[in-house]
Design a protein around this ligand. Structure first.
Ligand code: UDP
Ligand code: GLC
Length: 381
């Protein structure tokens, strides 16, 4: 089966990293068409996945745009749509991995009569999107998609609540190769040394810097923890959230935490860094659609505290394979961090259970089989 994957981003966010694993088995008969250049392209190339940038023009629609702006951008999309249509004739399925890819993919699917699959990585609610963008996504999916793959039950539920047809949907979690997350103790000690983290209790946060990812909540919590508790913030402002980055620096200065919070920027050595942490926290203030970082921390054997909302609630069972705290509540987060500092034995048992459960539950080989089965049904119709 030949697949034309479409993704609007040139940057490697979670949806894009997930796409690498999905496209890999099809690399001899697939193309990933991107609507922007960037590091994601390099990552696809490193994985031997054919990739092409389909437009050089930035697409103006933002997550919060209105109907007029949405229409204005359609005209701007014309050359891109023409290019995707031309490509799509050579493939059996169009696989849209993001919302703008859905818009372009839906039109191409209509013109070329190729079935459309929409991989839904978002919670389609007003917390995350404008009313217009929600309506456009739901209507296009209902009218043109043969299958909507939701990355969690939370994303599926939001899709249906916003008017999406339930019969189109199936839930497939992100898959991971557990081997990638096995690290060598010696390397980890070296890394802690290099980062000046010896003798500290290191709390890691691994997300792009963005207000709803809630790095400010962790910083607030660190101020309420004993002095050996230190945080590393791993990730960059991928989508231009520079004001937020400034706010974080101001907050750190106001709380006098300059020596206890380090920004490491975007990193490629996530398994090593996670293994170097004593704890990983996930602090999203809006419901997380899935939360790759939560599963990755589990696979590294590092205990994880997650914000209790959205897909994170499907990944973590409090006290069994991690901890859940109320989103936005820094006091509660600080209390659970302190419990982990003190109750090292129970915490280590929970982390080890989490590693075992996650290795099976999110095994990329099983996930890819699930996707292959669904695509076969669509292709055979
Ligand atoms: N990530 C990374 N380098 C960084 C920060 C994050 O490679 O410096 C990865 C992280 O390991 C995870 C992904 O980016 O696989 C983020 O995915 P997630 O689902 O947690 O959140 P998203 O950003 O997609 O909303
Ligand atoms: C999106 C979501 C994130 C999810 C990822 C992979 O980027 O924000 O929660 O883990 O897609 O499905």
């Amino acid at each position: 089966m030949k697949i034309l994957f479409l993704d609007q981003s040139g940057k490697p966010g979670g949806a894009e990293l997930c796409l690498i694993d999905i496209a890999k088995p099809y690399c001899d008969r697939a193309l990933v068409g991107l609507f922007a250049d960037g590091d994601f392209k390099t990552l696809l190339e490193q994985n031997q996945i054919p990739v092409e940038i389909l437009t050089n023009q930035a697409i103006a629609v933002r997550k919060q745009s209105n109907l007029l702006q949405a229409f204005a951008s359609l005209g701007q999309l014309a050359p891109l749509i023409a290019k995707v249509v031309e490509k799509a004739y050579k493939y059996d399925i169009i696989y849209a991995n993001t919302q703008k890819a859905l818009v372009v993919g839906a039109i191409a699917s209509f013109v070329t009569r190729r079935p459309l699959v929409y991989h839904l990585h978002d919670i389609l609610s007003l917390e995350h999107f404008s009313k217009t963008n929600l309506r456009v996504a739901i209507n296009l999916a209902n009218r043109f998609a043969s299958l909507v793959i939701a990355n969690s039950q939370a994303s599926q539920k939001a899709f249906v609540q916003a008017g999406g047809k339930p019969e189109l949907t199936t839930v497939v979690y992100n898959g991971f190769d557990p081997k990638t997350y096995q690290t060598c103790d010696e390397d980890i000690q070296k890394l802690r040394q290099q980062l000046g983290l010896e003798n500290k209790f290191v709390v890691g946060h691994f997300s792009r810097l963005s207000p709803w990812k809630g790095q400010h909540i962790l910083i607030e919590a660190i101020a309420k923890c004993p002095p050996q508790v230190t945080a590393i913030l791993v990730g960059d402002a991928l989508f231009g959230e520079q004001d937020y980055v400034q706010q974080l620096h101001q907050q750190i200065a106001q709380l006098g935490l300059e020596n206890r919070v380090k920004f490491l920027g975007f990193r490629a050595d996530i398994p090593q860094l996670m293994a170097a942490c004593d704890l990983v926290t996930h602090t999203s203030t809006a419901p997380e659609p899935f939360g790759r970082v939560i599963v990755e921390a589990m696979l590294c054997g590092t205990p994880v505290i997650a914000a209790k909302a959205g897909g994170a609630m499907e990944l973590v069972e409090h006290g069994v394979n991690g901890f859940l705290v109320t989103p936005g509540e820094s006091q509660e987060l600080a209390e659970v961090i302190n419990t982990c500092v003190q109750e090292t034995e129970i915490t280590a048992t929970i982390a080890s259970q989490a590693r075992n459960i996650a290795s099976q539950r999110f095994d990329v080989a099983n996930v890819n089989q699930q996707i292959a089965k669904s695509l076969k049904v669509i292709g055979d119709r």
